[in-house]
Design a binder for this molecule. Sequence first.
Ligand code: P6P
Length: 310
Amino acid sequence: MAVPFTAYLLSKKGEIPHLDDDLIILLSEIASATKEIAGKVRKAGLLNILGSAGKVNVQGEEVQKLDELANEILLERIKNCGKACEIASEELETSVKLSDSGYAVSFDPLDGSSNIDVNVSIGTIFSVHKDSVLKPGRELLCAGYVIYGPSTMLVISLGKGVVAFTLDTESGNYLLSHPEVKLPEKGKIYSINEANREKWTEEGLRKFIDYLKGEKYTLRYVGSMVADVHRTLFKGGVFIYPADKKNTSGKLRLLYEASPMSFLIEQAGGIGTTGKERILDVVPEKLHQRVPVIIGSKWEVEKCLEFLGG
Ligand code: P6P
């Protein structure tokens, strides 16, 4: 039988120095929380938890009922396991300080909310630093996401490559399904919201996209970062959410979107950049700060940087 998530973590204790019992307990709790979220997501229409919660979050975005529910489930589980010293969430204006030292967890409880009501893949993104959430991605102890798609998959890196687990609905376990996830050196897919083309700050980006079209690349854009990055991780290519005249620092948040996803992509052999520097080197000053995101296969990201004059 394929290895369950917690058994896998226990088997890696010797190999990954920072993987101690406390971190294993914390990650197992996060995994359990996502199973609970998966259950709600799959029954959303029946439980009357679709639609807006009638609130606007710190991002100025309309909060979906499922966003709120996912946030509460993660907060509860992480607080109760007693291993976290700080928790930051897309849905909370400030972080929750629980103690002076320990594991600092950042998460986007349900990324891609605009897709919830139309039954398109959404996800949970999480990452763990030591002691404080306001650290660069370079210092992450681990980062991962769960994609609630045709199957529910947990993709994670503890700093030694990327592995993926698939939720077995019969046993209720995440079982190891991809012992090593490596990003193809080069892909044939680009992923960007071209509706914003004329608003992009960089003219070089328009030229890069036109170049890819000339190279017969295909466009795939879900509008849910977890789905777009998951496809990029497994098929290669490039996902871009650039700065534009409206979002001058881009739309995606550094702490719980860009940084964890860049950590995973780089651990799988790709690159994550803002167009000016590696995303993992950006030192967060504010909890919800945004950065432009260009992540994916080395070949496409480096080609994009050439067009940007980077
Ligand atoms: P747009 C979802 O709301 C999200 O934060 C990311 O998951 C996604 O990549 C992006 O916004 C989509 O934004 O402007 O293309 O709809």
